[in-house]
Design a protein around this ligand. Structure first.
Ligand SMILES: Cc1cc2nc3c(=O)[nH]c(=O)nc-3n(C[C@H](O)[C@H](O)[C@H](O)COP(=O)(O)OP(=O)(O)OC[C@H]3O[C@@H](n4cnc5c(N)ncnc54)[C@H](O)[C@@H]3O)c2cc1C
Length: 479
């Protein structure tokens, strides 16, 4: 290993390998560091590559068009026509996302590492990063321990943080006005899933659909989150759920239960009448796993002095769906590209890196604050309200628009208003109107994302105040 790199990328997951590939393609000298040995590259935790593994086709297409790669079998394991969100009573379903794939994550990670290496990035496996090296308030490299616990320090002009949700780089940045160091527990979903083969008993597309990914909204089964049944090839499934801690605690208390994420997943599998005799898939030691997903808007700034972040380290998963693969792909590419440009201009200051904030917001990020408010609202609804709302409040077209972060006029819905019955339902509808207004306001704020760091603080204060107000109005209320 050389002792001078232009860019160190921490974490060879989706965001990190793509950032390394794009930065090396842009001409920078790149070192990609991960604690994993090469055979298990991209593994998030000892539990495996824990994920639902569903990604929209548009994100795969974007990477294929930007970097010299084409995806297919085996990493794209199974094609789906769409993702459906299903009401708790199973009577209503809304198309939530279009075409996509179920991935084989271990295979995808290997392919992305090979891409980074092909473009000239150097991979350093077996190195655990403990934090950023600092020159005063500027990031100047990384430090950590190798697989024999021997300390290392490596310097670079820039560091890209792709260490995932519990990033040691982000958490050990100096206190600063730009990148928050911690993610609130209320903005985290505890999630888990099985990859398993199964025997199918009967047919019912509300429980299992080989051509579509299904999301079950149900505050009893998955308080503050949802359950999913994502088809893989040949009667294999990725089945799991996510919960929000406060919602789980309230649900347990009100129903006098002591469920945990683990017991809830087992109950969810049993609840599904079509799925019988599951066999956990032991391939790659990746059959059962549990991990966290951040479900807030991405960090208000993704850059600091000589530092950029991409993927879960920056809380990029979609606040409604918890889908983080797509954003990690978009951000990994954009971060690597912007980093290489900054290196070639010999200016890695916060001001120079700001272009990445602007580009990420244009490409994906501008809708997520609105979606965060929608998520907070959904978590305040019990099953009856969700059933009622999915039937009466919005049309399928409006629901699709909202899930993409676009804000519908709700003209059709407002005509329903006079037909609504029940105080709770009417209040929930009024709240939806508040949410729609807030989503509009936040989308407008993001359309004027600060052009430079100088204008950042007043803008950020406005955003934070809007989100705080939503959290104050809509408290978790699962049952
Ligand atoms: C149960 C579950 C289900 C999900 N389902 C979906 C889904 O269906 N679709 C979807 O789009 N998203 C889903 N997500 C989210 C998605 O998995 C993540 O958004 C995505 O993996 C983020 O990629 P990343 O590259 O940012 O981080 P990660 O995949 O977490 O990669 C981080 C990398 O950093 C390495 N690393 C971490 N710490 C250190 C350290 N200190 N030193 C060195 N290396 C380190 C890790 O080894 C790993 O290789 C799900 C998440 C979970 C937990």
């Amino acid at each position: 290993m050389s002792d001078q790199y232009d860019i160190i990328v921490g974490g060879a997951g989706i965001a990190g390998s793509l950032a390394a590939a794009a930065a090396a393609k842009g001409g920078a000298k790149v070192l990609l560091i991960d604690r994993n040995p090469e055979e298990i590259v991209g593994r998030k935790t000892n539990w495996g590559w824990v994920c639902g593994d569903a990604v929209a086709k548009s994100h795969i297409d974007m990477i294929q068009s930007k970097l010299d790669i084409s995806f297919g079998k085996p990493e794209l394991d199974h094609k789906v026509d769409g993702v459906y969100a299903i009401s708790p009573d199973l009577k209503r379903k809304f198309l939530f996302e279009g075409e996509g794939y179920s991935l084989d994550r271990p295979k995808l990670a290997k392919k992305l590492l090979a891409l980074a290496e092909k473009h000239g990035a150097q991979y350093q496996p077996g190195y655990a990063i403990d934090g950023p090296l600092l020159d005063g308030v500027n990031v100047a490299g990384v430090f950590g321990r190798d697989s024999n616990q021997k300390p290392f320090e490596i310097r670079s002009k820039l560091v890209i943080d792709a260490l995932g949700v519990s990033s040691m780089l982000r958490r050990k940045l100096p206190v600063n006005d730009f990148v928050e160091r911690e993610v609130s527990l209320h903005d985290i979903e505890s999630t888990g899933r099985y990859i398993c083969d199964f025997e199918q008993e009967g047919e019912n597309l509300a429980y299992y659909d080989p051509d579509n990914a299904l999301i079950h909204l149900n505050q009893h089964l998955a308080p503050g989150g949802y359950g999913w049944v994502f088809p893989r090839d040949k009667h294999r499934l990725n089945i799991g759920l996510g919960v929000e801690k406060a919602s789980l605690d309230i649900r347990n208390q009100k129903l006098s239960k002591q469920d945990t994420l683990h017991t809830l997943i087992d109950q969810y599998v049993k609840w599904n009448p079509l799925i019988k005799n599951i066999t956990i898939c032991e391939e790659d030691n990746n059959g059962k796993g549990y991990w966290s997903v951040p479900v807030r808007r991405q960090m208000d700034s993704l850059v600091y002095n000589n530092y950029l972040g991409a993927g879960d380290s920056m809380a990029m998963p979609n606040p409604i769906s918890a889908g983080g693969i797509g954003p990690a792909m978009v951000a990994g590419f954009l971060a690597g590209e912007a980093a290489a440009e900054a290196i070639s201009e010999n200016n890695t200051s916060l001001e120079s890196l700001w272009r990445y904030n602007i580009r990420y917001n244009q490409e994906y990020g501008s809708k997520t604050a609105g979606l965060e408010v929608f998520r907070i609202y959904l978590q305040s609804m019990n099953n009856d309200l969700i059933n009622y709302g999915m039937n009466k409040f919005i049309t399928e077209e409006e629901a699709i628009q909202m899930s993409y972060g676009r804000v519908p006029e709700l003209t059709v819905a407002s005509t329903f208003q006079k037909l609504l019955s029940g105080v709770q339902n009417i209040n929930a509808f009024k709240n939806l109107m508040v949410v729609v207004k807030k989503m509009k306001k936040l989308n407008e704020m993001y359309s004027r994302y600060p052009a430079s760091p100088k204008e950042f603080m007043p803008w950020r204060n406005e955003v934070v105040a809007e989100i705080a107000d939503a959290k104050e109005r809509f408290k978790p209320n699962p049952v």
